[in-house]
Design a protein around this ligand. Structure first.
Ligand SMILES: [Zn+2]
Length: 60
């Protein structure tokens, strides 16, 4: 399910405020933080990004 057009542009990582990369076309839709020292992956549930640090997947 694609995100609403333009939505990604206003979204930023709540942890470091870096822009997010759209991975919603993947099997497990996620928004990936582009911050070099962050890289948290936020889940997208039913087309709605869950931008909570507690819900984010940490990079390996
Ligand atoms: Zn971040």
């Amino acid at each position: 399910m694609p995100l609403e057009a333009g939505l990604l542009e206003i979204l930023a990582c709540p942890a470091c405020h870096a822009p997010l990369k759209d991975r919603t076309a993947a099997e497990t839709p996620e928004l990936i933080c582009t911050g070099a020292d962050c890289g948290l992956a936020y889940p997208v549930r039913d087309g709605i990004p869950v931008l909570l640090v507690d819900e984010a997947r940490r990079p390996e």
